[in-house]
Design a binder for this molecule. Structure first.
Ligand SMILES: Nc1ncnc2c1ncn2[C@@H]1O[C@H](COP(=O)(O)OP(=O)(O)OP(=O)(O)O)[C@@H](O)[C@H]1O
Length: 246
């Protein structure tokens, strides 16, 4: 793919005796929303974490904008500046306001002066619908609002791609919609995203491509209509049948 932002090839990863990724390939094109689904324990989060080297693959190649990021000499902080990540647990600093949380990396990682960092942070908080909550501490915000602060923190860095690792799994059901809406808006604005999530309705509606993983392998991938409507692999069929029962 000529315009791939991420091109991961033959990624292998074990934890001790447990082989979690078995030669996975993943391409992510500019402005694409790639959705990774599969049974619990199939290696989805591990794959995502390998993409920014929160986990170190045992072997394989990951190119970002054409540059290999698995080489020892690569400045991993420079790579991470270009890859935002949103976690299931929002990982906000509890003693800092929403604005403080979003501003922190802009000042200390990007080295922006306070005024410029705050202006950028305010714009990001506005984008996620929190213009009226910038001075609130995380404890004064709902889970959905806290996750939106975490998304603002990621996008304020103006990354090339944002990875979402089960961003709504820790939320009460009534708070999920606001976070998914922000993710939908980001997609509309052309943000490149890789999402691991169990929100299948969202995958159907918003994904450009769905990747189905099982036991550390990619069994099939394609547009949501074909993965959900006409899955070819027997394990994908079983998975889709199971989620449709719930
Ligand atoms: N740091 C680790 N040390 C040891 N085992 C790990 C570690 N991280 C993940 N695993 C194991 O690797 C396997 C894959 O985990 P992973 O979280 O990638 O799966 P997943 O597909 O994201 O699952 P889920 O949908 O339940 O989150 C699991 O068996 C898990 O217990």
């Amino acid at each position: 793919m000529a315009d791939s932002i991420i091109s991961a090839r033959a990624i292998w990863k074990s934890f001790g005796e447990l082989s979690v990724l078995k030669g996975i390939d993943l391409e992510v094109a500019e402005k694409e929303l790639v959705f990774v689904i599969g049974p619990s324990g199939s290696g989805k989060s591990t794959l995502l974490r390998c993409l920014n080297r929160l986990e170190e693959p045992d072997s394989g190649s990951i190119r970002m904008d054409g540059t290999e990021i698995l080489e020892k000499k690569v400045d991993i902080n420079a790579v991470r500046r270009r890859i935002g990540m949103v976690f299931q647990s929002f990982n906000l600093y509890p003693h800092m306001s929403a604005l403080g949380n979003v501003t922190l990396a802009l000042r200390h990682v990007l080295g922006l002066p306070r005024d410029a960092a705050e202006a950028r942070a305010l714009a990001a908080l506005e984008r996620v619908g929190l213009a009226d909550r910038v001075s609130h501490m995380p404890g004064q915000l709902s889970g959905g609002q806290q996750q939106r602060v975490a998304i603002a923190r990621a996008i304020a860095m103006e990354p090339r791609v944002v990875l979402f690792d089960e961003p709504t799994s820790a939320l009460d059901p009534e708070l999920v919609g606001s976070v998914l809406q922000v993710m939908r808006d980001l997609r509309e604005s052309g943000m490149t995203m890789v999402v691991v999530s169990h929100e299948m309705a969202f995958a159907r509606a918003a994904a450009d491509r769905v990747v189905f993983m099982a036991d550390g392998e990619k069994l099939e991938e394609g547009p949501p209509a074909s993965i959900f409507g006409n899955p070819r692999h027997e394990r994908t069929q079983a998975f889709i049948r199971q989620i449709e029962r719930h």
